[in-house]
Ligand binder design. Structure first.
Ligand SMILES: Nc1ncnc2c1ncn2[C@@H]1O[C@H](COP(=O)(O)OP(=O)(O)O)[C@@H](O)[C@H]1O
Ligand SMILES: [Mg+2]
Length: 329
């Protein structure tokens, strides 16, 4: 997986389609008069895992639905391994595996039977389907449970089987829509491990999530989407650099965080102050020197400071910096 060091840009540069599994440009969609995807463009290289990171309602599912051809676009172009979605729809479908957020597997059938069933629906059969069923079961870590009925599977196993169905026809681009939502932490880890293997196997992956930890762990590059717009794009390093030289301090508070935020913003060292449930995220010019003044001001504002944490810049900080809001729920 090659880390891409290209500069940050909100639109995909024209790279001639040689090494890209996906190029999309100018994707736009409105529902009624509300623009929910606004001029979104990016590209994904072979073997690259690209994350679309944004809060609920940002436009992630709408964007990938347009890329898959499941939703009509108002504008923009989509090209998959050099095939245009409109003029070569079948070639695009053959090259794309789409794993929707909702589970689509039969509880009465075993894991292997589910794969064979969905493989036949996609026009596969014979030796190829048998071989792919075996390979996919290995990839998703379910080989030892191949013959078991899926109704007894954990949430994570069902999700992995869902991913396996998307992989059967050997797509060059796999699109995963928030595959870990609603699963327990252990299952989540096994899903992430399966996705990590895919990138290593050379396939391009488009992964949507509102969890910055997942984007950091899985993705070579991340596009940050908010209110239907791609507000920044790059490697983790490039994105974190956007935050600049500020120090970040997270105060755990009891009561009055909004009042404290206002008061702290009046201090010259405080660049940003974003309150969310009992937590205040601060961007500071110099945390070492400004902490005493901050603690005193919090005290004067009537809040009890329960914890002080100096945070390393991460994608959460980048999101805060770019939008003034917290990414986490
Ligand atoms: N079929 C639809 N009709 C009207 N509004 C929709 C429809 N689908 C999505 N939306 C709206 O578009 C916005 C983006 O939704 P979505 O793409 O599902 O976001 P995400 O996947 O990032 O959570 C939301 O405000 C959502 O309510
Ligand atoms: Mg969604």
């Amino acid at each position: 997986m090659a880390l891409d060091e290209r500069p940050i840009s909100a639109t995909a540069p024209d790279r001639g389609g040689v090494t890209d599994v996906l190029q999309c440009r100018g994707l736009t969609k409105s529902f009624d008069d509300h623009k929910v995807v606004d001029d979104v463009g990016f590209h994904i290289a072979r073997g690259e895992t690209y994350g679309l990171l944004g809060p609920n309602g940002a436009g992630k599912t709408t964007t990938i639905s347009m890329i898959c051809g499941l939703l009509r676009r108002d504008g923009g172009t989509v090209s998959v391994v050099g095939h245009d979605l409109d003029s070569s729809t079948r070639a695009v479908q053959a090259a794309v595996g789409y794993v929707p957020q909702d589970l689509a597997i039969y509880p009465d059938l075993s894991a292997a039977e589910n794969l064979r069933f969905f493989g036949r629906l996609q026009g596969m059969g014979g030796k190829r389907l048998a071989a792919r069923t075996e390979e996919v079961l290995e990839t998703i870590g379910l080989a030892d449970r191949a013959g078991d009925r899926t109704e007894d599977f954990s949430g994570g196993m069902k999700r992995r089987l869902n991913i396996g169905i998307g992989l059967l026809h050997e797509p060059q681009l796999l699109i995963l829509d928030e595959p870990t939502v609603g699963v327990d932490p252990q299952s989540r880890d096994s899903i992430l491990a399966s996705v990590e293997q895919l990138g290593a196997g050379g396939i391009g992956v488009l992964y949507t999530t509102h969890y910055m930890e997942e984007a950091e762990r899985l993705c070579d590059r991340v596009g940050i989407i908010d209110h239907g717009r791609l507000v920044a794009e790059g490697t983790r390093r490039e994105l974190v650099d956007l935050v600049g030289e500020q120090d970040h301090v997270r105060l755990g508070l009891e009561g009055g965080e909004t009042g404290v935020a206002e008061r702290l913003l009046a201090l010259p060292e405080v660049m940003t102050a974003v309150p969310t449930d009992n937590v205040l995220d601060l961007g500071l010019t110099d945390s070492h020197r400004s902490l005493p003044a901050i603690l005193a001001a919090a005290d004067e504002a009537g809040a009890r400071v329960l914890s002080v944490e100096v945070v390393e810049p991460d994608l959460e900080q980048v999101f805060l910096h770019l939008t003034g809001r917290a990414l986490r729920d």
